[in-house]
Design a protein around this ligand. Sequence first.
Ligand SMILES: Nc1ncnc2c1ncn2[C@@H]1O[C@H](COP(=O)(O)OP(=O)(O)OP(=O)(O)O)[C@@H](O)[C@H]1O
Ligand SMILES: [Mg+2]
Length: 403
Amino acid sequence: MPTSSKIAVFYDTFRELSNLVHSSENVDEVLELMVWKVTEALNAKGALLRILNLDTKEFELSAAYGLSESYLSKGPVTQQSIITDVYKQKPFVIIDDVRTDKRIQYPKEAYQEGLRMVLDLPLVFRDHIAGLLRVYFPASRQFEVDEVDFAVALAQQCACAIDKARLIGEQQARYDQLALQTEKLSALGRMAAGIAHEINNPLAGVLLYSSNLIKKIPDDSLLKEGMEIIIRETQRCKIIIQGLLEFAREQQPKKMLTDINQIIDRAVCMLENEFRLRHIQLERAYSKDLKPAMLDGSQLQQVFVNLLLNAAHAVDQEGTIEIRTRSDSAGEHLIIEIQDSGCGIPPENLDKIFEPFFSTIKDGSGLGLAVSYGIVRNHQGELTVKSQPGKGACFTITLPLRQ
Ligand SMILES: Nc1ncnc2c1ncn2[C@@H]1O[C@H](COP(=O)(O)OP(=O)(O)OP(=O)(O)O)[C@@H](O)[C@H]1O
Ligand SMILES: [Mg+2]
């Protein structure tokens, strides 16, 4: 083929594939087309694409063209056997003879398949090799610069397609997990609301009658102390029921234009003593140009008190809590992050901490986060957490700026 028409083929192929990488959400379709087109454009015998499985450290076959089933069904291909340090420095590697090169894990089978020479193109994302595009030739040959440039550019497109698929997959998993959590918490919320309603009225009766009775009991009576305990414990039950009702979103927020930084400062003010006693350093990084948002200030203040108290418990003694506020790039959401340097949350608890009554703290009621979650959801917002044991936790509240 004359050089000019070869370059035209490369150009058309590259354009077609890079359009597909950007428009298609089906990564398998893109990769299948990649191996087919690269084989044809380079006049090769076949090509295959392997992606590194981070758990097993094996290169898994993702797409292949022009190679027999029996050749493709050889055993697993391990990272160490086919990738050497050379691949980290070079955008391509040529293997002149499949029979003698150590980077060919199954030389005998390769030779029987009619393969003689290989062009390897490592797929690099973010400084590590995450895959390999391997093009096989039936005879030894020289490569022109244009051919290699074309193959390297295609490999970069492959890397983009795989990276995009990975991001879409991660996002999907996050949404699935959020949807599951929301569903679970709303079922719990309905149950909590039912129980709270049933208990609220009798409790109000107990409190009313015991408050009246205590007035009639002389101060020196032995009954007095017992009655005081009844009243105190009933009031504690009322607070818990109140918390359950808030978690069940029974308390509609009374929204007005509110400066979120001011609300956080009020919550901090209430807890300053707690922070001082525990030698906790508080750092505030507030965005100065946040627009006021329609929020229920006192409900959100309660959320910040809950989150900051939890952070203080997690830090225990000597550590830092950082509060950051900002709006997202589109100016549609307020984002508030509360990060602590505390004990962190084990992965198996991450799904449970927003459930009512889940607590690992002595004397904790396990309602703080459940209530906070209810309040934030009632503002059409989201409350999420990221944490690793021993590395602290970061709670993020996202609230819509426009109602
Ligand atoms: N910042 C944090 N770091 C580590 N663990 C946390 C953090 N925040 C919450 N947790 C975990 O989540 C659990 C639930 O928190 P939640 O605020 O709902 O209840 P609690 O703090 O135990 O009790 P209370 O109802 O008094 O707030 C905690 O017991 C703790 O295990
Ligand atoms: Mg708490």
